[in-house]
Write a protein of this length. Structure first.
Ligand code: ADP
Ligand code: MG
Length: 422
């Protein structure tokens, strides 16, 4: 086995130090190399021991954990910090993250949580180091050839497909995930799937992905972010799609700002042909930013009065934001021959054409969700998968992106600005 992860624990309560030490002693890949009882001592120990990772309490005499973390981030950058605190308030969390802490554990936490957190932070640090070493060693800024035998990118600017619904539960995440997989398979283009439902995103579960890293890891390194690092942070999904997952815990969602999202998307557009974005129903700044720049907005609705009511509201808002109707693709999910509504009645009510219908198939869908296998791969012949493929075709540009003039994006009218932002 390789070297164990060297951990320094900083906490002013002797019994806590003791318990943590005991707990970690059962893990063969983790070794506690030192302890300290205040921030100042913690810094001294870190300088001396160069641990792979520091577990840091917050409230301590002489120097508190936040201040110590700030100093460590500057002076011992190779020793990332996990903050342990009883205080879960948002402000606190923000300060802790701003101080340079990598993760935040709220006491009481379980041994499993702690160990998972240690391994996660350590692995990410390893990746970052090897990445930095590579760039320093002069693979340099030669236009990095695609590393994983990918087909070359077709155009300079990947297309963004933003999935939105004014109501949860209509199947937006399910359709977005299956569409992304199907798109990769059908077009052989490079496909990214971004879960912008930052608090309660489901993409990781729908595709059975290991959710140990996500957008938080990008924003922590936002100034050093480049395609190679982004690719490291994204998780591999079926048919070579790359998935950017949300923060691993809902309270971290607030750390993601519009500026972060703007910068991340600008990179993603250079890296991928198609970027599928799942979102939350909340029309806040971040959703509006992506909505504004999306090539297509796929509005998902279903055959229920609340869903239709909220779709109507959403379409009205898009209109007041000057989003051209040609950019909006209305999708009716869970359509059902036995419903009292049908396509025509929904279209009449919304005064908007429905571009596609996805049938209701509870049996296949539930199976697919429980196994974390997209139905487009397990049951490509089913009607629901066929409809998804049709949607892929509908979303494709008529001319390949490379040959097309930059017409669409250039045409976007400035928005009237319903919400005062910027
Ligand atoms: N076409 C469909 N047929 C049957 N059930 C569906 C279909 N689409 C979605 N569902 C069900 O609806 C639930 C909500 O889907 P989800 O994608 O999580 O919605 P949203 O992202 O809009 O909140 C899923 O758990 C699934 O059981
Ligand atoms: Mg969802």
């Amino acid at each position: 086995m390789s070297e164990p992860i060297k951990v320094l624990i900083v906490d002013d309560i002797a019994s806590t130090l003791d318990n943590l030490q005991k707990l970690l002693s059962f893990e063969p890949d983790i070794q506690v190399v030192g302890t300290a009882m205040n921030g100042k001592q913690g810094i001294e120990q870190a300088q001396k021991l160069a641990p792979d990772l520091v577990l840091m309490d917050v409230n301590m005499p002489i120097m508190d954990g936040i201040q110590a973390t700030e100093t460590l981030a500057q002076e011992v950058p190779g020793s990332p910090v996990i903050i342990m605190s009883v205080q879960g308030e948002r402000d606190y969390l923000r300060r802790a993250m701003q101080s340079g802490a990598r993760e935040f554990l709220i006491k009481p936490f379980s041994g499993d949580e702690l160990i998972a957190s240690i391994r996660r932070v350590y692995q990410l640090e390893q990746k970052k180091e090897s990445f930095l070493a590579k760039t320093a060693a002069g693979t340099e800024k030669a236009p990095a050839p695609p590393t994983d035998g990918e087909t070359p990118r077709r155009g300079e600017h990947g297309q963004v497909f933003f999935f939105y619904s004014g109501k949860g539960g209509v199947g937006k995440s399910l359709v977005a995930a299956n569409l992304a997989v199907s798109m990769a398979n059908e077009t052989k283009g490079k496909v990214a799937l971004v879960d912008l439902d930052l608090q309660f995103g489901d993409i990781g579960v729908l595709l059975n992905l290991d959710h140990s890293q996500g957008i938080t890891d990008l924003i922590e390194n936002i100034d050093h972010m480049d395609p190679e690092f982004i690719r490291e942070i994204m998780v591999d999904g079926p048919f070579g799609i790359k998935v950017l997952l949300p923060p691993i815990s809902p309270e971290l969602a607030d750390l993601v700002t519009v500026d972060h999202v703007r910068r991340i998307f600008s990179e993603l557009r250079k890296m991928f042909d198609y970027i599928i974005v799942d979102s939350s129903a909340h029309l806040g700044e971040i959703n509006l930013e992506v909505l504004d720049h999306a090539d297509r907005v796929v509005v998902v609705t279903s055959l229920s009065i609340p869903a239709i009511k909220n779709t109507k509201l959403a379409l009205k808002i898009f209109d007041s934001l000057s989003i051209p109707p040609e950019r909006v693709v209305l999708l009716l999910n869970k359509s059902d021959a036995h419903s009292e509504f049908n396509k025509e009645s929904v279209e009449a009510n919304l005064r908007f054409p429905i571009a596609g219908q996805i049938p209701n198939d509870p049996k296949l869908v539930i199976n697919s969700i429980n196994r974390g296998n997209p139905f487009v791969t397990t049951h490509p012949e089913s009607e629901i998968s066929q409809r998804i493929r049709e949607l892929v075709a509908k979303l494709m540009p008529v001319v390949p992106a490379a040959a097309a003039p930059a017409a669409e994006s250039a045409e976007k009218k400035p928005r009237k600005g319903l919400f005062a932002r910027r």
